[in-house]
Design a protein around this ligand. Structure first.
Ligand code: AHR
Length: 309
């Protein structure tokens, strides 16, 4: 019993003493802000010392932050990568320093899977497929689409585009007529949508806006209104995330559907880190989160729930 108590004491002690560095993409969207808040709240709840670094959407800032975490000798590092490529050198440095790295949300493109412990993320390809399936059902497969892409080189943009295109390829009368990056932000989403609408006869022959996230969709909705059309009716709007503002837009009839992306990554991330630091080596390489597709039907009720949080 004494041995058991001593072990328990050690585990509690080590959990309390953990320091984790987290390099976050930035604060480009409401979804990202909820994600950061979830990590901060969970660290506090578990008495984990969190070193939080906002990369302002720049990978170079992330690499600097990770190097600084290594120099400070943190117990673990979490990275939510801006883009997929360019991670090998710094991940090798972390490995050499024996610091486990957890990848959150977007992926890293490295051949050697031992460079990180696990990745916790949603299936972005499936999100694209679900958005497209909804749109094809809604329009009978007859639809000219404007696409607002996320950040170039980011998994969430690459994979959502892939899943969406895979589905619409089965419908000869569905096509993306214009596609451009809005960098996952509301401002850029609006600006790019304005330009696309101008180039497309003010959007008169466009059936839908497909945005890689709600934030850009909300900017796009603004642009559609300013072009004299009714978003949600003259032009359907479908996207991904499920942020409260978008639920409000759906409840108001300005948007039509969104595929929810779970922002609560703090708890699963710290779970695996604590398990690993306590000696567990049986950690899955990919931990997948899921989310439903929501439409106007339940939007008002969902908005009430989510805005209250
Ligand atoms: O990587 C996930 C995407 O990043 C979210 O859909 C978007 O809102 C964020 O900027």
């Amino acid at each position: 019993l004494t041995g058991g108590l001593a072990l328990l004491f050690c585990l509690v002690q080590s959990a309390a003493a953990i320091t984790v560095g987290f390099s976050q993409v930035g604060s480009e969207s409401g979804w990202r802000t909820s994600f950061s808040e979830s990590v901060k709240a969970e660290a506090k709840r578990r008495s984990i010392e969190l070193k939080f670094s906002d990369a302002q959407q720049k990978q170079e800032n992330q690499i600097k932050a990770v190097r600084s975490f290594i120099a400070q000798g943190v117990d673990a590092i979490m990275i939510a990568p801006v883009v997929e490529t360019g991670w090998k050198p710094v991940l090798r440095e972390a490995k050499r320093a024996r610091i486990p790295v957890v990848i959150l949300d977007r992926n890293v493109d490295v051949k050697n899977a031992s460079l990180f412990l696990t990745r916790i993320a949603s299936d972005f390809v499936e999100e694209g497929r679900r958005a497209a399936n909804w749109l094809m059902e809604e329009t009978g497969g007859n639809c000219s689409i404007l696409e607002l892409q996320g950040t170039v080189g980011a998994t969430a943009a690459i994979d959502r585009m892939k899943g969406f295109n895979e589905v619409i390829a089965k419908y000869p009368n569905a096509k993306i007529v214009r596609s451009q990056t809005g960098e996952f932000t509301r401002t850029k989403g609006k600006e790019v949508m304005e330009a696309m609408l101008k180039a497309e006869n003010s959007g008169k022959d466009i059936c839908a806006l497909w945005a890689h996230n709600d934030e850009m969709a909300l900017g796009g909705i603004q642009a559609i209104k300013e072009a004299g059309l009714k978003p949600g009716a003259d032009m359907l709007v479908v996207s991904v995330d499920g942020v409260p503002d978008y639920f409000k837009a759906m409840a108001d009839g300005d948007a039509n559907a969104t595929v929810e992306l779970n922002p609560h990554l703090g708890a699963p991330a710290f779970d695996v880190i604590e398990r690993y630091l306590n000696g567990d080596r049986k950690i899955d390489k990919l931990i997948t989160t899921t989310g439903d597709l929501f439409t106007q039907e339940t939007a008002a009720e969902e908005y009430k729930k989510r805005a209250a949080k």
